[in-house]
Design a protein. Structure first.
Length: 173
């Protein structure tokens, strides 16, 4: 099977895939940017499951991922991952960001979710440079798909702005 990896500009909350990935914060209780948009569009079910996860494990560590229902979203599940805050690249940020993508893909594989949409993790308020983050994202996803070629039909990078769209198009073509 050949996994299709594509990039689009759009709103991740409107993408009909098996799982969308949320650029969450450690609390899992919603926030700004993608996280807030997913919680608002998906409804209370997502927040309630996030609260249950918090009660069991105390949130989500940077680089890790957890999974919940997608509530009112067109996706089946939401994979919440916590990207690193960028501090100049000297604090293991690239490895932590790569872990976000790998752990999200592993959860999708574990739950037999064959199509996954990713936002541009850590490039908003966490200030990760868009070009560097995109390189990590594309490399991490391509490596995971190469190791698990029969598990995914489609991976979509969903860009919110033209700059990110341009960067991802350059990396994927």
């Amino acid at each position: 099977m050949n996994t299709i990896i594509e990039v689009i500009k759009g709103d991740i909350t409107t993408i009909a895939v098996d799982a969308i990935v949320n650029a969450a914060n450690n609390s899992l209780l919603g926030g700004g940017g993608v996280d807030g948009a997913i919680h608002r569009a998906g409804g209370a079910d997502i927040l309630n499951e996030c609260r249950e996860i918090r009660a069991k494990q105390g949130g989500c560590k940077t680089g890790d991922a957890v999974i919940t229902t997608a509530g009112h979203l067109p996706a089946e599940k939401v994979i919440h991952t916590v990207g690193p805050v960028y501090m100049g690249g000297r604090n293991n940020e690239a490895d932590l960001l790569a872990s976000c993508y790998r752990n999200s893909m592993q959860l999708a594989k574990d739950y037999q979710l064959h199509s996954v949409a990713f936002p541009n993790i850590s490039t908003g308020v966490y200030s990760y440079p868009k070009q560097e983050a995109a390189i990590v994202a594309v490399k991490s996803v391509k490596e995971f798909v190469a190791q698990h070629p029969d598990d995914f039909d489609k991976i979509v990078f969903v860009c919110f702005d033209e700059e990110s769209l341009f960067i991802y198009r350059q990396l994927l073509h």
